[in-house]
Design a protein around this ligand. Structure first.
Ligand code: HAM
Length: 427
């Protein structure tokens, strides 16, 4: 027994998922496809720090939100500065745009990012403490056509990975001219109800959140509550009408949900969420919206912006729920070398190296396995071809190329170019 075996095996922190093969292939495929779609729409990658000054999120995301008040991973670093693991991406993008003067150039600035975000939430299926998003932000132009672009892009991202069982919910949260009056009207309505102490307090801080209360008695009481969408200013109304008309013309389906409440405070005007019914309680697979005051709040110009964050973890779960497998994700390599004997193995390792240099994904059996064991390796790798090299082939300076899908076999010269030609012809 080694000394180490007396230690208890460790597990990942609570609520933090590992993505190990083969599931990791789906994770990467989803993330990369989302990012590819963003690039297709002209968004450029921005790589941002995973932690920032705590002030950024307090100011940017809003102190009244659960995300800031209860869920941040905040700690003092060794220099006694308060830093926070990013709970979301928009505030950091804004900070970087201002810091690097991107907002002084051509507008809109169109940026794409992906990576881990951290929220100290109560873990459950689909709700993690380290979550992964792909996001985009278009900053500096308040054009409803841009809202439609962003929403259509999110919709296309899901469809591109084969997801179909989702719904797009849409609303407008109004602007500076109509929101304050609506807020007052809603508060007046809520204060006339027989609400418990905590809900009253919520109505004071952010009355919209009461409309999102899931308790049946509160739902019943607020059934006739005034809704923002019925009290939009002429400008906000016209903006929203253009967004919906453009989505109609693009063939993007949506439902209006005037009671939508997002978890972050910065939203104004167009706001949306993608919901999947196969996920149980954590049904939000992505969401976003316009944020008129955010940049000024972080200390920049008073420019508008709009963006989204798509949940990669939940999209992977939604694909599983729909029984969708992505093309080719089970394939680790295209070609797998099966060599018997020391000399054949050495020769195979050179051949495999040549294939990789030619851009063909390839691996081989190691550790002196027999034919059966080595062929199992080819199978496990999901390879299209096995290259078989034993004493007989070596002697004849040939290698057997087995097409594993078609169960056919040919022999070619033991030479990288000949093998590349053989696998390329049917690839
Ligand atoms: P969010 O709605 O807080 O928005 O998060 C976006 C997506 O991230 C959610 O729809 C969900 O799929 C995923 N997500 C959030 N929390 C968790 C969690 N605990 N576990 C697993 N997945 C989670 C934002 O973060 C905004 N920054 C999006 C945005 C960009 N708005 C404008 N620009």
């Amino acid at each position: 027994m080694s000394e180490n075996s007396t230690f208890k095996a460790l597990s990942a922190p609570k609520g933090v998922p590992d993505y190990v093969p083969p599931a990791s292939a789906t994770f990467i495929a989803v993330r990369d496809e989302f990012a590819r779609q963003a690039r297709l729409a002209g968004y450029q990658h921005i790589e941002l720090p995973v932690f920032e000054d705590t002030t950024l999120f307090a100011r940017g995301v809003g102190e009244s939100t659960d995300v800031v008040s209860k869920e941040m991973y905040t700690f003092a670093d060794r220099g006694d500065r308060s830093v926070t693991l990013r709970p979301e991406g928009t505030a950091g993008v804004m900070r970087a745009v201002i810091e690097h003067n991107l907002d002084r150039g051509y507008l809109p600035v169109k940026l794409n990012y992906y990576g881990p975000f951290f929220r100290y939430e109560r873990p459950q299926a689909g709700r993690y403490r380290q979550l992964q998003q792909v996001g985009v932000e278009a900053i500096g132009v308040d054009d409803p056509l841009l809202d439609a672009e962003i929403i259509a892009l999110a919709d296309r991202c899901y469809r591109a990975v084969g997801l179909t069982g989702f719904r797009l919910e849409l609303t407008s949260l109004g602007d500076n001219t109509c929101r304050p009056a609506y807020r007052e009207k809603l508060q007046k309505f809520l204060f006339s109800l027989d609400l418990d102490e905590e809900t009253r307090r919520r109505a004071e801080i952010n009355p919209l959140r009461v409309l999102d209360d899931k308790r049946p008695e509160v739902k019943a009481m607020t059934a006739d509550a005034p809704l923002m969408i019925d009290h939009l200013s002429d400008e906000a109304r016209a903006h929203f009408d253009t967004v919906t008309a453009t989505l109609d013309a693009m063939g993007v389906d949506y439902v209006i949900n005037p009671r939508m409440v997002r978890g972050l405070d910065y939203y104004t005007k167009t706001t949306f969420e993608f919901v999947h019914d196969g996920l149980g309680a954590q049904s939000g697979i992505g969401g976003g919206g316009r944020y008129d005051g955010l940049m000024a709040q972080i200390g920049g110009q008073d420019l508008s912006g709009i963006g989204f964050g798509l949940g990669v973890d939940r999209t992977v779960l939604a694909l599983e729920a729909e029984g969708v497998t992505l093309d080719g994700v089970e394939r680790r390599v295209d070609v797998f070398g099966v060599a018997m004997g020391e000399e054949a193995s050495k020769r195979m390792s050179l051949l495999i190296d040549d294939l990789r240099a030619a851009g063909i994904s390839a691996d081989m059996s190691y550790g002196g396995r027999g034919l059966k064991g080595a062929m199992k390796g080819a199978d496990r790798a999901g390879a299209k071809f096995a290259l078989v090299l034993g004493d007989n082939e070596l002697e004849a300076s040939e290698v057997a190329v087995k097409n594993l899908a078609e169960h056919s076999q040919t022999s070619v010269a033991l030479d990288a170019q000949a093998v590349i030609a053989a696998v390329a012809s049917t690839r």
